[in-house]
Design a protein around this ligand. Structure first.
Ligand code: BTN
Length: 262
């Protein structure tokens, strides 16, 4: 059994899972867990598969950025979901809310969301998700890929030292990846599997959004839009009032935002 499988073995004993974690696979090293989950989806894998890696050699974030994490420190995983097509745009919200609620259990400081799906504590990013969708003979699917900084030392990585944090940096002690992962999969499953939680998803998620009311710059394809974030609609799209006074509706999957001073 590999070290990483050994460490995460306890996940198989979770008993409150309904969908997420029906099958869990571990890799010591892979290119990107999102690609592994996508290949499985295209081969007809049922929803609920979780792919975990200790190291990714081509981990990616949104807007073609790379996602770096030192071996053995953090959480890197992807979940294959097959929601109703109308719920596909909500998958980034499922991830963001589940991560925020999970991190509430591990830090006393407020956990907030920067639209669309950065999870932040103490003004620094601690987690992000990359949701990719597709379809094959077996129907539509979403790959929800998440990275959570658990024990990394952001100060050791000059490219992110000013903008990132980890649970260890916040609490001053090493945190069990297994415990964070167990709580996070349960929370994702709790939200995704329950019509009640899905019903309040947008309002629960937007209650944590630090972006609302702020002036932001948004990249929409090749276009840059400056405006004020007025809120989100019932699928999580950002309502942005641009410089000409027009209200724009922006989907999470296609844009990136920057708060002033970041
Ligand atoms: C972002 O904040 O830009 C999203 C980061 C998503 C990173 C995770 S790590 C696991 C999964 N595999 C990837 O290649 N990316 C996601």
């Amino acid at each position: 059994m590999s070290d990483v499988q050994n460490e995460f073995e306890g996940l198989e004993t979770l008993d409150d899972r309904h969908v997420i974690g029906r099958r869990i696979v571990w890799y010591e090293e892979t290119e990107s867990t999102n690609d592994d989950a996508r290949r499985a989806a295209e081969a007809g894998e049922p929803e609920g598969l979780v792919v975990i890696a200790d190291v990714q050699t081509a981990g990616r974030g949104r807007m073609s950025r790379t996602w770096t994490s030192p071996p053995g420190r953090d959480i890197l995983f992807s979940v294959l979901l097959r929601p109703d097509v109308t719920d596909l745009p909500k998958m980034p919200l499922v991830a963001g809310l589940a991560i925020a609620r999970t991190l509430d259990e591990f830090t006393d400081q407020p956990v907030t969301l920067k639209w669309p799906n950065d999870v932040r504590v103490a003004d620094r990013k601690i987690s992000g998700s990359l949701v990719e969708s597709g379809s094959s003979n077996s129907g539509y699917f979403a790959i929800v890929g998440t990275g959570v900084n658990v024990n990394m030392d952001a100060a050791a990585h000059p490219d992110i030292s000013n903008i990132a944090t980890s649970l260890r940096t916040l609490t001053g002690k090493s945190v069990s990846r297994l415990e964070v992962m167990r709580e996070l999969l349960s929370e994702m499953d709790r939200i995704y599997s329950s019509p009640e939680h899905m019903g309040t998803l947008v309002s629960d998620w937007s209650a944590r959004l630090e972006t609302i009311g702020q002036e932001i710059d948004v990249r929409w394809g090749d276009e840059f839009i400056h405006g004020i974030a007025e809120g989100v609609d019932d699928t999580g799209r950002l309502l942005l009032r641009d410089g000409s006074g027009e209200l724009r509706l922006l989907e999470a999957g296609e844009v990136t935002t920057q708060l002033p001073g970041q």
